[in-house]
Design a protein around this ligand. Sequence first.
Ligand SMILES: NC(=O)c1ccc[n+]([C@@H]2O[C@H](COP(=O)([O-])OP(=O)(O)OC[C@H]3O[C@@H](n4cnc5c(N)ncnc54)[C@H](OP(=O)(O)O)[C@@H]3O)[C@@H](O)[C@H]2O)c1
Length: 220
Amino acid sequence: MRVLIIGAGSMGRGIARRLASGNNTITLFDVDPAKSEAVASDLGGSRPGGARVAIAETPSEAVPENDITILASWYAANLDVARKLGQELDGRIVVDISNPLNETYDGLVTPPGTSAAETIRSVLPQGAKLVKAFNTTFAATLLTGHVGGQPLDVFIAGDDEHARQSVIELVRSGGLNPVDVGELKRARELEALGFLGITLQGRLGTNFMSGWKLMIPAHA
Ligand SMILES: NC(=O)c1ccc[n+]([C@@H]2O[C@H](COP(=O)([O-])OP(=O)(O)OC[C@H]3O[C@@H](n4cnc5c(N)ncnc54)[C@H](OP(=O)(O)O)[C@@H]3O)[C@@H](O)[C@H]2O)c1
């Protein structure tokens, strides 16, 4: 698949690494072009033969050329990017990965009964297909794709069936384990889970190297 990643920070790097291992074509955009360059050069050494990595000068030029656009920055920036791209995202699959933390990192800025993903959805054109994914996987764990020998679970929520399935396929291509949690409103629980994972790091001393795993009976 052809994937545009907007935001080449820790998560952009981790997601790009996994997707490159699945031979997807990746385009990076960051407000700081040096960060896109750094991720691209890092991938240059690790990507298998078929994967290609490009750098976009603007998100607008790259959106139409890609199957999926991943908003890989902070919630406020993702919301801003969504607003600015506006109609350019009509009909497009858009992935939000954010955990909408408050300034003191001890709560979420989104009121109960909503989510960052649904708020971003509300500023997009009707035809845009928003999917929540990757918000419960820490950046450093994405570099290898597993924790304790187990592939990372990536929880995926979205209202559009085709969009959700496309993201499931993308996640699987990167050696990760997709978990389809259904409608976009499940992002409320996913963002709470992402936040809980953050609060546990100091308590468990796991230094953002833990992951959430859904255990499934063998017959399911
Ligand atoms: N880190 C994790 O382990 C983790 C895990 C799960 C979910 N998340 C979520 O993932 C998102 C990214 O986190 P991160 O740790 O990767 O943050 P990060 O390292 O700060 O990366 C975000 C990148 O996006 C850039 N950026 C800001 N505004 C932009 C815009 N309008 N267009 C393009 N790029 C823009 C930032 O540039 P500047 O630095 O110049 O602003 C930065 O390079 C957050 O929403 C976070 O809640 C993070």
